[in-house]
Ligand binder design. Structure first.
Ligand code: PHE
Length: 370
């Protein structure tokens, strides 16, 4: 006859010592499983005499209930401990500050361009655009560059490999080819609706865009941005050009203190031609306008050459106008004090964080440019 007291002590001891659910389950199977020690005892009841059974029955059943209860209790304790451990390991500290939010900045070139567009928009100019990959005709020939003339070389052109027909396209060296596209489209009646007037002259457009030249130093980068201006009407003269550019410059720099200088120059597509410089101080690693003894060239311009007007199918005796092309990045570097143009395209995030603009600071001629 098994010693029930001994069995109880043995089982409760092992239940208490069970370290996890698997160990506890092993004890349960050993005691209460099909052929477990207590199950065997219960089976033995049937073979006992009635007297014996009356005595042993309650004891064995009692032992079974006690062991089952001890197992249930231990299981609850093990479950609770496991949950506590999980909660502790998965704890989220809501008091920790969130990681810093990365905010993008508007590149100074794009800010500058938006400001320029806002100023010319105020003056009544409409926007036009053209392709970065141009052909020789639009970039040179139609702009009155004679064939094989050295002026074609003055731009250090990036030529593309010849296509199937042997034609070599190029990365436009200036935004002036869009003058041709606008004047020709005007003739064909194909001018997009958003370009001023739609069909033929008068034309008053600005053309922002990327341009490319094989050139690199503090004031030149192989890719930079220009803003072309084109006005074609009757009775337009140099005075209109000078007034427009002077008014633009004061408005853009938001001060009357800016000093400009026009110098005679040569472009094949304008006659007469000029360049405009802005007075600045480039000493001491920064750049300040309206003071100092340096001059930074910011644009070329002039009266559109009669040949160019003729090349676009217009009669130069009826239509004249002026054109100009400004360096957007240069204007930005002057206004915002960035001495080396190459930094603008180095894609250094620290530089962008420092010189970039908030996206909420969109230039608005009514509330301020920047
Ligand atoms: N296309 C000239 C340049 O890139 C600038 C210019 C534009 C000059 C229009 C005259 C008229 O240097």
């Amino acid at each position: 006859m098994t010693d029930l007291t001994q069995l109880e002590a043995d089982l409760t001891g092992r239940i208490a010592a069970a370290a996890d659910a698997a160990a506890l389950e092993a004890v349960r199977v050993e005691a209460l499983g099909k052929s477990g020690s207590i199950s065997e005892l219960l089976k033995g009841l049937g073979k006992m005499s009635p007297d014996e059974r009356r005595e042993q029955g309650p004891k064995i059943n009692g032992l079974r209930d006690k062991v089952a209860a001890a197992i249930a209790e231990k299981k609850a304790a093990l479950d609770a401990a496991e949950l506590d451990a999980r909660l502790a390991s998965e704890r989220v500290d809501l008091t920790l500050p969130p990681p810093p939010e990365r905010k993008g900045r508007v590149h100074p070139t794009m800010q500058t361009l938006d400001e320029m567009i806002a100023v010319f928009g105020e003056m009544g100019f409409a926007l036009a655009e053209g392709p970065d990959i141009e052909d020789d005709f639009h970039n040179f020939t139609a702009l009155n560059f004679p064939p094989n003339h050295p002026a074609r070389e003055m731009h250090d052109t990036f030529w593309l490999p010849p296509n199937e027909t042997g034609e070599r396209k190029l990365l436009r060296t200036h935004t002036s080819p869009v003058q041709i596209r606008v004047m020709q489209q005007g003739q064909n009646g194909k001018l997009p609706a958003w370009i001023a007037q739609g069909q033929a002259p008068p034309i008053r457009v600005i053309v922002p865009g990327r341009v490319y030249r094989s050139d690199s130093d503090a004031t030149h980068t192989p890719m930079f941005h220009q803003l072309e201006g084109l006005v074609i009407d009757r009775d337009i003269h140099m005075g209109h050009l000078k007034w427009t550019l002077d008014a633009f410059t004061r408005r853009f720099f938001e001060t009357d203190a800016v000093v400009t200088r026009f110098r005679p120059h040569h472009f094949p597509f304008t006659e007469p031609s000029c360049e405009m410089d802005v007075q600045c101080d480039r000493s001491g690693g920064s750049i300040k306008i309206g003071q100092g003894t340096d001059w930074l060239e910011i644009l070329g311009g002039g009266m559109v050459h009669p040949n160019v007007i003729r090349n676009c199918g217009l009669d130069p005796d009826e239509w004249q106008g002026f054109a100009f092309g400004m360096g957007v990045d240069r204007l930005g570097s002057l206004k915002y004090g960035m001495p080396d143009l190459r930094d603008m395209f180095a894609a250094d995030v620290r530089w962008l964080e420092h010189y970039g603009f908030s996206a909420f600071q969109a230039p608005n001629p009514a509330t301020g440019l920047s």
